[in-house]
Design a binder for this molecule. Sequence first.
Ligand SMILES: O=C(O)COP(=O)(O)O
Ligand SMILES: [Mg+2]
Length: 225
Amino acid sequence: MPEGLRGTVIFDLDGTLVDSAPDLADALDTLLEERGHKALGLDHARRLIGHGVAELVRKGLEARGETLEGLDLAQAVQRFLKHYTQFLSRKSTPYPGAAEALTELRFSGWRLVVCTNKLEASARGLLQDLGLLPAFALVAGPDTFGVAKPDPAHLLRCLPGQDLSKHPAIMVGDSEVDVAAAQAAKLPVIAATWGYARVPLADLRPDSLVNSLSDVPSAVERLSA
Ligand SMILES: O=C(O)COP(=O)(O)O
Ligand SMILES: [Mg+2]
């Protein structure tokens, strides 16, 4: 951990920092329509986000009666990504208070990283388009270290050489996958209620439950005290 830094705050991306569902939904609908299916729409797509792109495509197609596996699924994912690259930040917006919360945390001496099940290139592109990329020391997708949430290793690989007894690490995420990964890694977790969780987050017993990104810096202070 570089001199003077207090620890690391690990942010999830989709549903936590950025409302990216509208663009993911449009890319999925474009894929569905070109395969002869009816579009699924935003509300349905939102419920499929959090487990990575292959899962989004697999479940989206399944909802329209098409079951794909192996190479066929991989090809559909490539096609989806081709569309998504065009849509990346067309409708996606940072959640209110994102830039301010990141600035406040950095000012207080926190190293910030993104740990997402979005592919690293998509995550970087989206953060860049929205002006948030410079805040982060690291952006780790499932393809960065070859491991994905809920595997705790995805989080722990974002903390190289960090002595957690001196420099804490705290996870902030919107989904059951984030809470599970943090709990398995034995890291405190702040659950973001504005995202795409499919279950009531309170049931997962996060260390803190917040209703706005502007509440994250104080929750981080409380959990690291
Ligand atoms: O792309 C996804 O499925 C989810 O990405 P996230 O881990 O940033 O929520
Ligand atoms: Mg998320």
